[in-house]
Design a protein around this ligand. Structure first.
Ligand code: B16
Ligand code: MG
Length: 217
């Protein structure tokens, strides 16, 4: 493989916003008297906002109409935005900026491929907007992972073919989206969970360009 582009998922790869998603979903679940645990939250990683509300309501055996679901999703997002508005550059996960800067110095293009509509706010809060040549997020794509749309959009924005790109993902649905896009994938997390990735590491701090070039694709 000739590596020309690296596409990074945001939540769980570059920043740990899962904790803020959890706090906001938990607040909504409590208000609706639905039992919602950290374990349940695992199912929401990489999943779009409206798909997430479906999962929460299913846990409580509730079936409200679409208008109500949109109201709940908006309420959760209002709380979530309150949390992420307070984020600082300290919350960037270890090794992220070092790896991305090394890739860029080597002429490799970098992009974000995230389901989150709050991507621009998060990038601004942690001060890393300038590290990416392209941002494909929930504001520009409509099909949720495991659909490959978000990664294909990122490659298109970079002007690259999918086979020249590596995706970095922490969610099962995201790894599957990379596979569906015809891209190589580095899983961030546990090899038992992200078994479809070409290789899995605990975090970006384990990686250098040299190590990436050694991955068997
Ligand atoms: P928002 P990623 C995903 O981001 C999160 O993992 C997922 O938990 C969240 O529901 C989704 O973004 C939508 O986020 O409500 O901010 O639009 O992992 O694809 O970067
Ligand atoms: Mg993620």
């Amino acid at each position: 493989m000739v590596l020309k582009g690296c596409i990074f998922d945001l939540d769980g790869v570059i920043v740990d916003t899962a904790k803020y998603h959890f706090l906001a979903w938990k607040r909504l679940a409590d208000q609706l008297h639905i039992k919602f645990t950290v374990n349940n939250n695992e199912r929401l990683k990489g999943v779009s906002r409206m798909d997430s509300i479906e999962i929460i309501l299913e846990l409580g055996n509730m079936r409200p109409d679409l208008k109500k679901k949109e109201e709940y999703a908006a309420l959760k997002n209002k709380w979530y935005v309150e949390y992420i508005t307070k984020m600082t550059p300290d919350e960037i996960l270890p090794g992220s900026t070092e790896l991305i800067n090394e890739l860029r110095r080597a002429g490799i293009k970098t992009a974000i491929g995230s389901a989150s509509k709050n991507t621009p706010l998060i990038l601004r809060r942690v001060g890393i907007e300038k590290l990416f040549d392209a941002v494909a997020d929930g504001n520009v794509v409509h099909k949720a992972k495991p659909d490959p749309e978000v990664f294909l959009a990122a490659a298109r924005m970079l002007g690259l073919k999918p086979r020249c790109c590596i995706v970095f993902e922490d969610a099962i649905a995201g790894v599957q989206a990379a596979v569906n896009a015809g891209m190589a994938c580095v899983g961030i997390g546990s090899p038992a969970i992200l078994s479809k990735a070409n290789c899995v590491v605990p975090g970006l701090k384990e990686l250098t360009l040299e190590k990436l070039l050694q991955i068997k694709i």
